[in-house]
Unconditional design. Structure first.
Length: 95
């Protein structure tokens, strides 16, 4: 990947949008919700503290994470969509 995040930011590839409800109803594009789950593709070195030390990020490459619905910045690199999040925007790591 040519996208390397800085500080406490992480790059996430969002999970695909759900196009069907659990009951089998097909949803149009306008009714589909933004995914709140994704796979971590790159992690920055960490946040610099007031003491000058770097606090490492709690997630690692390959983790599947949950994040806020409107968190992060969406970017497109080489035709693929990614989300760049702060480490604080990650709500949980999914096993």
């Amino acid at each position: 990947m040519k996208l390397q995040p800085l500080h406490d930011r992480i790059v996430v590839e969002a999970a695909p949008k759900e196009d069907k409800t659990p009951g089998g109803i097909i949803l149009p594009d306008t009714a589909q919700e933004k995914p709140q789950r994704g796979k971590v593709l790159a992690v920055g070195p960490g946040k610099r503290l007031d003491s000058g030390q770097i606090a490492p990020v709690d997630v690692k490459v390959g983790d599947h994470v949950l994040y806020g619905k409107y968190a992060g910045t969406e970017v497109t690199v080489e035709g693929k969509d990614y989300i760049i999040l702060r480490a604080d925007d990650v709500l949980a790591v999914v096993d």
